[in-house]
Ligand binder design. Structure first.
Ligand code: AMP
Length: 422
């Protein structure tokens, strides 16, 4: 669905455009309209589904189009972590760029200067506040925060907040708010204690359940934990290890597509590249050759990850970690179509580990870490920082290290069976 169909103000449509969003995600399609109509919402939607814009857009839309007091706080967004607070404030900055709505992130851990800045904004009446519970209570206890005009309360990652023991803090913040307000609650899961809290806060909420797309079960997914310079040799090794008939290697950047394909061409693999710099005619020709199996390997950007129906792809390699879980699912969904089996390998460099942990979180399970063949030397340990929400990340991955120092506990990767050129 197009954002113009959702009835948003043109100033927000400009912000959406500047953020590069083209169509609304499923959660945005489902919640924006009811929020604009003033309904309370309880939505189960995970990180990576576009839920932040799903609540920011309609709330900002209402603030700029309905009468409101510009000197008082209009909306309060309570979140579990400072990282999430900062991220939401950044998304807000982008989406509301062409409006005059102001927003501040209020979170613990900073120095005295940030507390003073927050105090100033809170007492002079910023429009929207994104806060972690403890820090907000510290400000509320000082008495200068004017909550009497708050019309919108948003709880994001509510299950995580309950897990972190914030129930009482949340209820305390709510005790400062007017009774008449619109409440929006987003949570990845809906445990009983979550529903109990929702019952106390929400008023006849509309319940929305965003089913997260899952990759087909017959796809064998493995990740190689490597250093960035090990990626090109590893692609060559994998492509030489078996007589693959149809392979797509996805890269997030055109530059990587170009570099990798020139290396593979030099090594005499049957490969072509596909990305937006290519003339339409050439693109179509390459795709036709790939479909007809004249060409065995395609190196592509994400322009190929969605909606292109090519059958019998036996291997997808994610040369780098896709930007979000949906892209990952779309990329690996190119293989194992129509009940056939397929394999998806993802190369994860040190700086991509956190991003990959978030994808594992969205998948709801850890991806098996493959053993990088001995001749590649030492590899990094898999040790991502704990992702924002609880779930599959952190140190719970089977064969988690992937690296040699793990004593070879990981799953065996592709083995060289003599170089075979395609
Ligand atoms: P969230 O689930 O809110 O953390 O969003 C996940 C990612 O999707 C963020 O990087 C957003 O900027 C991005 N995003 C949100 N909505 C859209 C959209 N309609 N089109 C493209 N990207 C989006």
């Amino acid at each position: 669905m197009n954002f113009t169909e959702l009835g948003l103000d043109t100033r927000l449509l400009e912000g959406i455009d500047a953020m590069g969003y083209e169509t609304a995600t499923p959660v945005q399609e489902q919640v924006i309209q009811p929020i604009l109509e003033g309904k309370d919402i309880i939505a189960s939607a995970q990180t990576g589904t576009g839920k932040t814009a799903a609540f920011l857009l309609p709330v900002v839309n209402k603030i700029i189009t309905e009468p409101h007091d510009a000197h008082l706080i209009n909306a309060v967004i309570i979140v579990p972590t400072r990282e999430l607070a900062v991220q939401i404030a950044q998304t807000m900055e982008g989406l509301s760029y062409f409006t005059d709505v102001s927003c501040i992130a209020v979170y613990g851990g900073g120095d005295g200067t940030s507390f003073t800045t927050e105090k100033k904004a809170l007492s002079s009446g910023v429009d929207m506040v994104v806060c972690t519970p403890g820090r907000m209570i510290a400000h509320l206890n000082m008495g200068y925060v004017k909550m009497q005009a708050v019309k919108y309360l948003i709880l994001d990652e509510a299950d995580r907040m309950l897990d972190m023991g914030f129930h009482d803090d949340i209820m305390k913040i709510i005790s400062f708010l007017p009774k008449k307000r619109q409440n929006l609650l987003f949570s990845a899961t809906m445990p009983m204690k979550m529903r109990e809290m929702a019952r106390k806060i929400l008023h006849q909420p509309l319940e929305i359940n965003i089913a997260v797309s899952k990759p087909p079960e017959q796809i064998v997914q493995e990740a190689f934990i490597v250093y960035e310079p090990q990626k090109i040799p590893l692609v060559k090794h994998i492509l030489s290890s078996k007589d693959f008939q149809s392979v797509i290697v996805f890269c997030s950047k055109k530059m990587n597509v170009k570099q990798l394909s020139s290396e593979l061409k030099r090594a005499r693999f049957s490969i072509e590249e596909i990305h937006s710099d290519l003339e339409q005619d050439k693109r179509e020709q390459v795709l036709l050759d790939f479909r007809n199996k004249k060409l065995k390997i395609l190196v592509a950007t994400d322009i190929l990850s969605r909606g292109i129906d090519i059958e019998d792809i036996d291997l997808v390699i994610n040369y780098d970690v896709p930007n979000d879980g949906e892209d990952y699912i779309h990329r690996i969904g190119r293989t194992a179509r129509a009940a056939s089996e397929g394999t998806a390998y993802t190369f994860v460099s040190e700086k991509e580990q956190q991003k990959f942990a978030q994808i594992e979180e969205l998948l709801g399970h850890a991806v098996t870490k493959a053993q990088v063949p001995q001749q590649f030397g030492e590899t990094p340990a898999y040790n991502p920082r704990k992702p924002r929400s609880s779930g599959g990340g952190g140190g719970r991955h089977p064969g988690g290290g992937g690296g040699r120092h793990q004593g070879g506990g990981g799953k065996q990767g592709p083995q060289r069976s003599g170089p075979k050129r395609h």
